[in-house]
Write a protein that binds this ligand. Structure first.
Ligand code: NAD
Ligand code: TDX
Length: 332
């Protein structure tokens, strides 16, 4: 199988490319990525020598390049997106451009080239917040942030291309991922690396917001399951089943690193901050997928990875990230 992975130089995409190359010895992967602030070729250094892997720098909004790389592909897995909620609050334009318009460009090319699978990577955030209970794939979309609204816009187009043109589409909506190679703007790598650097941990509001955490390797296995066994036109939630408050996560990270809780700094809440995400994953489980990692062990492994790979995140934190951090948190 020849797979076009878009956004493969980001966090989840790079973990997915690595999984596919090792799991399927005869598969070929082309990775189309713009290398925005979040894209990093160092995430896939180990794949560079693999002759079944090819990287191409390019924008999913660029019709010419998308058509060029889509030729001869059996499947497309679209991870490419602007992915950080706080950045979408500061400036939504890029989110609409990439997550909505970019998805449209990919769908058009997929239709033209007759690909046999188009898999859109979406998020549990499109359902919005839920106080009690869990969302199924049938629930209505009620996104709260410019990020989740743009992801919902992408999903809507994917579904329309299935209904209207019969494009064999699939959508996965996963919960919050964590693990190696996650850009340190997201809470888990931000708090691990801040604690390692002796910096405060800026916790929004009262820290009682709840996210369902999934280890990135489990999500990648879920995406692979849906790619191979999902039914065209369907949507699959992929959650880890680990609902935790942000305060719990923060304390756990400090405990693992042997740092004091006095490093927590309560800061102003995120605008429109969703209180809780929760998804029902029985549909993907019926395809034979189960998360394989225990949350606490996977968090420990993740902390170990950041301890062992300072070279990776120190370079990021001293680059574009430094200005972002100052803007977002008002300190260096
Ligand atoms: P990320 O920000 O780490 O990576 C995004 C990648 O997309 C980067 O490599 C970037 O260079 C690339 N990209 C951005 N705009 C592009 C464009 N116009 N053309 C080509 N490439 C472009 O994101 P991530 O955390 O790995 O998330 C990947 C996908 O998974 C996203 O679609 C996101 O919405 C979704 N998702 C993420 C999570 C999570 O917890 N991180 C959870 C659910 C869903
Ligand atoms: O500094 C922080 N302090 C803080 O309290 C940051 C960065 C976050 N938080 C809180 C906000 C959220 O309640 O932690 C929680 C998690 O925040 P993020 O790591 O920014 O993730 P979230 O907003 O939940 O979105 C993530 O999961 C769903 C990804 O960024 C999305 O791409 C994905 O769709």
């Amino acid at each position: 199988m020849k797979i076009l992975v878009t956004g493969g130089a980001g966090f989840i995409g790079s973990n997915f490319v690595r999984l596919i190359l090792s799991k399927y010895p005869d598969y070929e992967v082309v990775n189309l990525d713009l290398l925005t602030y979040a894209g990093n070729l160092e995430n896939l250094r180990d794949a560079e020598q693999n002759e079944r892997y090819r990287f191409m720098r390019g924008d999913i909004r660029d019709e010419a390049i998308v058509n060029e790389v889509m030729a001869g592909m059996d499947a497309v897995v679209n991870f490419a997106a602007e992915s950080h909620v706080d950045r979408s609050i500061g400036g939504p334009a890029d989110f609409i451009q990439t997550d909505v318009f970019g998805t449209f460009v990919l769908l058009e090319a997929a239709r033209r080239h007759g690909v046999s699978r188009y898999l859109q990577i979406s998020t549990d955030e499109v359902y919005g917040s839920i106080e009690d209970g869990t969302f199924t794939e049938e629930d209505r979309l009620e996104p709260s942030s410019p990020y989740s609204a743009s992801k919902a816009g992408g999903d809507m187009q994917v579904m329309a291309y299935h209904t209207t043109y019969g494009l064999p589409t699939l959508i996965t909506r996963s919960s919050n991922n964590f693990g190696p190679y996650q850009y340190p703007e997201k809470i888990i790598p931000l708090f691990i690396t801040n604690a390692m650097e002796g910096k405060e941990l800026p916790l929004y509001g009262d820290g009682m917001n709840v996210r369902d955490w999934i280890y990135v390797a489990d999500n990648c296995e879920g995406v692979d399951t849906v790619l191979h066994r999902g039914e065209p036109g369907q949507i699959y939630n992929i959650g880890g089943g680990n609902e935790k408050t942000n305060l719990y996560i923060t304390k756990k990270i400090l405990e693992i690193l042997g740092k004091p809780e006095s490093m927590i700094r309560p800061v102003a809440d995120r605008l429109g901050h969703d209180f809780r995400y929760s998804i029902d994953c029985s549909k993907v489980k019926a395809l034979g997928w189960e998360p394989a990692h225990n949350f606490e062990e996977a968090l420990q492994e993740t902390v170990n990875w950041y301890l062992d790979n300072r070279w990776w995140w120190e370079k990021i934190k001293s680059g574009e990230f430094a200005q972002y951090y100052q803007r977002q948190y008002g300190e260096k």
